[in-house]
Design a protein around this ligand. Structure first.
Ligand code: ADP
Length: 375
């Protein structure tokens, strides 16, 4: 006689469905049986593993599938507990008896014996496919960002090149009287232009290095095209009751032709909520908050949240983006000084920039940029 096969059961459940009490009773009974006679039980949420539902042809939940010992059997529908009580002695008998060797080696028995392994492999394949999709999305995102950065760097580089070329030419081709072609003022202007553009390039490179150091390492984004108009409208509707409760007017300005942004919609939502929450928190009642979106360059979209609050002194305008920094004016308001820090991490992970323009006593405008999606 062949060695007895272990008992293998799969319990399919739907966590969102009603009937929790009967499911609990079923699980308790299975635990009792397991104490009597140990067996393998995998509990599977149908929403998480639809391919297993397909594989076992499950049409109702909860459902209990016995894969070993053969033959495979599915119990489902009304009175699952009663069906389990009915079949349990028979399964015990099958376990004791084992399967005759010739049946086990039949193609059907072989395939049933392999089911557990197949299920695990399918599970792994599903996970690997998800990971692959996510990695492909990230590679695509990086590619586009690199294109965008190269584009951004080319402008100041071209300007420096032109300035240097003009200076060079002026030295080579002096006028007949021996005087250089360029006036001292023009000469100064070209040198100034070259210097200014090297600083622009330096800032872009610093931002890039910073973004790859801080942002990308900390956040794994799930980048996709983001319809900013809908996202912003949704977030504003969400914050509107808080603004109204504080007697604040909340305006929204979105251009008609707005290309999609490229990024992680949920993370961008977090940034918008943080900025709007702060605007509501720090603006005295009767004030005004406005959110506007601007397609700034072919590469970037800029989002701005302005308020008529107390404003931020110039020496604090960078500090507030650091972790756990709260200014004196925030006393009496809830918070941990982490909101803006988180916003900066998220925006940097999108290779964007976030900053504040503010005049103390008049209000603040928080601005951030996001890459445009170019399909
Ligand atoms: P929190 O609001 O939890 O203190 P944040 O990181 O969001 O932390 O903000 C840091 C600090 O920046 C706040 O404590 C506040 O002093 C200042 N701040 C943020 N937003 C505004 C705003 N809209 N107007 C004035 N000050 C602000």
């Amino acid at each position: 006689m062949a060695a007895p096969q272990p008992l293998q059961l799969f319990l399919f459940i739907d966590r969102l469905a009603s009937g929790r009490e009967s499911l609990k009773q079923l699980q308790t009974q299975l635990l009792h049986f397991q104490a009597e006679c140990p067996f393998d039980l995998d509990v599977i949420d149908v929403a998480e593993k639809p391919y297993l539902v397909e594989h076992f042809r499950i049409v109702a939940t909860p459902a209990l599938v016995k894969t070993q010992p053969a033959p495979r059997q599915t119990l489902a529908g009304h009175d699952l507990l009663g069906q389990l009580h009915h079949w349990w002695p028979e399964w015990q008998r099958q376990l004791q008896a084992g399967r005759p060797a010739e049946v086990i080696s039949s193609p059907l028995a072989d395939s049933l014996t392999c089911t557990t392994e197949i299920v695990r492999l399918q599970d792994q394949i599903f996970q690997l496919e998800q990971d692959k999709k996510q990695l492909q999305g990230q590679v695509r995102f990086r590619d586009q960002i690199l294109g965008m950065l190269a584009h951004d760097l080319r402008n100041p580089l071209t300007a420096i090149g032109i300035a240097l070329e003009t200076l060079e030419l002026s030295q080579e081709s002096r006028q007949e009287d021996g005087e250089p072609r360029l006036t001292p003022a023009l000469f100064q202007q070209l040198v100034f232009q070259a210097r200014r553009n090297t600083r622009v390039m330096d800032r872009l490179i610093t931002e890039l290095l910073q973004a790859s150091k801080d942002g990308v390492a900390r956040f794994v984004l799930t980048p996709a095209p983001v319809d900013l108009a809908s996202l912003v409208t949704e977030v504003v509707a969400q914050v509107q009751p808080t603004a109204a409760g504080r007697d604040l007017t909340l305006d929204l300005d979105i251009p008609k032709e707005l290309p999609p942004a490229f990024g992680d919609g949920e993370r961008i939502r977090q940034v918008l909520i943080n900025l709007l929450d702060n605007a509501c928190k720090y603006t005295p009642s009767g004030g005004r908050i406005s959110l506007s979106v601007l397609h700034r360059t072919t590469q970037k979209i800029q989002i701005t949240v302005c308020d008529t609050g107390p404003g931020i002194a110039p020496e604090n305008q960078e500090r507030i983006f650091e972790s756990k920094v709260r200014l004196d004016q925030s006393h009496g308001q809830e918070g941990y000084g982490l909101g803006l820090y988180l916003c900066r991490q998220i925006v940097q992970a999108h290779y964007g920039r976030i900053w504040v323009d503010s005049t103390p006593g008049e209000g603040s405008c928080f601005r951030f940029t996001l890459p445009v999606y170019r399909g």
